[in-house]
Ligand binder design. Sequence first.
Ligand SMILES: [Zn+2]
Length: 152
Amino acid sequence: MTGEAALRHSFAEQRIAGGIGADDGYWAGLEEGEFRLPRCPDCRTWRWPAHFRCAECGSWEQGWVAVEPTGTVYSWTRTHYAFDRTKERAEDVPYVVVLAEIPAAGGARVMGTLAGTEKGLRIGAPVVGTIDPPSAKTKGYAAIRWTLGGNQ
Ligand SMILES: [Zn+2]
């Protein structure tokens, strides 16, 4: 097998070097088709980016809660160059990466590429997330993609 067919389709088999695994529940959730974010089971504080220990109460417990992937554009940027670590996306440049703020998760901000049109792209614009299955383009990780035009 070559290319896409040879790629194992699980983040656990394609780990990007340097991670400590605190966000494994996020990637596992996306693989199962669910957008999950970490919330402390003891004090209920949302904990994103994921950490093993709660900064609020010190708990080492980590809970993953399914959240509707809807939010607003907190920030965004357009990529015009396929950098060494993102060369799999060379055919997509230029593309937009959105940092979406998720009110249902305490304002957690989650990054993903923009799908569809850029019409209406601005800070505060509503977005809805969809989950792309793992692919070579996403280094074997399932990925959230944001589309403009949610109902917020
Ligand atoms: Zn806590």
